[in-house]
Design a protein around this ligand. Structure first.
Ligand code: GLN
Length: 444
């Protein structure tokens, strides 16, 4: 069962920060009784699930992989967690991540890194690396992740599983510890596209507790999986297959595009002229929002408190509680928002964001989906890029623009390059998760 498998792989892979053994057993017992006495069963009945450790779970530590929150036990559940529980899923544990979801390799977890199940000398991707590795090892059937600039899709690509980032506003962020509130979305990491549809069905929908969640009806995602994509218009942006992409990855993506064509889709090459500004734009906006969101971790309201008087508590709790990448982001963000630099950086980045979004609008005026690689490389070695944050930031080229535009996108396994999994990214119009799932399912 799931618990046995978790314990078997945890020492080597390190996907989990907490294992909810007691809670899972209790839930399983309750469920058994419920199923014995009634024919009603939730959509995810008895399915073992992982939950990223930046989603609040009542009575279970929620650390964001940070020392600062190492003892934090929320008194409430995130809306998505509440929805999993009421669909009868069993929460097996909290999955490892980069601290406060900042990173692409899971090396920024302040507890321990996660290793890629395909090759344990390599990173699983990030920041939802624990979720992706937990699904890839079969420790859980699915896991929730969060995606601010690629954190669901890129680890899914690196671990050979499926990862879906819904449209901004499709899924409630209530109880998700905020990184960059205008970009963050919760979504599923699964083994199959069908499973992704099941989980999205469960977690999507309007939530009064999240003012950015959208009051739009949730369609039947499962009935979208028809296997039929004849006549569908698929755009391939040339900037996503350019020089920065590993040739072995590009080859797999070109094969995938051929396969879509054989399935009856119409393929055309398009351009996203402002794509080259996406990484720079994101690395102003995301740290700016993070610097503001993380101000609440002052040693008073949450987590570990160090120091004697008030200023001392702020300084020591934050100096000792946050890791180096989080501090780097807070400094970058504070700088970009400071008076005198605000117009030059923050306002400029907001304008660039609009241009990037317009690039997508133009393409979607006459295409159904956009496809390309999820990441420019396959999983790299642990330690290979950690001392060079800029290179790691640049690797987010293919995922970041989708968050800036608020669009839905999925990463599905697209064969191997250099013996490691490649992810095909399928991007849709806002709230067109059905189309994204349909194409992914037909391709898979
Ligand atoms: N890798 C990106 C970053 O470091 C994206 C992270 C995310 O989506 N949470 O910010």
């Amino acid at each position: 069962d799931s618990l046995t498998r978790i314990k078997e792989v945890q020492p080597e892979i390190g996907s989990f920060l907490a294992i909810n053994e007691e809670g899972a057993r209790k839930k399983a017992k309750e469920l058994e009784q419920k199923l014995n006495t009634s024919s009603e069963r939730g959509l995810l009945a008895a399915i073992p699930a992982g939950v990223k450790d930046n989603l609040c779970t009542e009575g279970i530590t929620t650390t964001c992989a940070s020392q600062l929150l190492s003892n934090y036990q929320p008194i409430y559940n995130a809306t998505v967690v509440e929805k999993l529980l009421s669909s009868d899923a069993i929460i097996m544990g909290k999955t490892n991540m980069d601290e406060f979801a900042m990173g692409s390799s899971n090396e920024n977890s302040s507890f321990h890194p996660v290793k890629n199940p395909w090759d344990i000398t390599r990173v699983p991707g990030g920041s939802s690396g624990g979720s992706a590795a937990a699904v890839a090892t079969g420790a859980v059937t699915f896991a929730l992740g969060s995606d601010t600039g690629g954190s669901i899709r890129q680890p899914a690509a690196f671990c050979g599983v499926v990862g879906l980032k819904p449209t901004y506003g499709r899924v409630s962020r209530f109880g998700l510890v905020a990184f960059a509130s205008s970009l963050d979305q919760v979504g599923p990491v699964t083994q199959t596209v069908e499973d992704a549809a099941y989980v999205l069905q469960t977690i999507a929908g309007h939530d009064e507790s999240d003012s950015t969640s959208v009051a739009k009806e949730v369609p039947d995602y499962l009935s979208a999986l028809t296997g039929e994509i004849k006549g569908l218009k698929v755009a391939v942006p040339r900037e996503m297959l350019g020089d920065g992409i590993d040739p072995a990855v590009r080859e797999q993506i070109e094969k995938a595009v051929k396969q879509l064509e054989e399935l009856g889709a119409h393929i055309s090459e398009v351009s996203l002229p402002n794509l080259e500004y996406a990484v720079a734009t994101y690395y102003i906006l995301a740290p700016a929002e993070a610097s503001s969101n993380l101000a609440r971790f002052d040693g008073i309201r949450y987590g570990v408190r160090q120091g004697k008087n008030l200023l001392d508590i702020y300084e020591q709790s934050r100096s000792n509680g946050f890791g180096p990448e989080v501090k780097r982001r807070i400094m970058l963000g504070t700088y970009a928002l400071s008076s005198g630099y605000y117009d030059a950086y923050y306002v400029k980045a907001q304008k660039a964001r609009t241009l990037i979004k317009q690039d997508f609008d133009h393409i979607f005026a006459n295409h159904d989906v956009i496809v390309g690689p999820t990441a420019p490389t396959t999983a790299y070695r642990i330690g290979e890029k950690i001392s060079d944050p800029l290179t790691m930031y640049l690797d987010d080229l293919c995922t970041i623009p989708i968050n800036l535009a608020g669009l839905p996108a999925i990463s599905v396994p697209a064969g191997l390059a250099n013996g490691l999994p490649v992810g095909l990214q399928i991007i849709g119009k806002a709230f067109a998760e059905e189309t994204v799932l349909r194409v992914a399912h037909a391709y898979e």
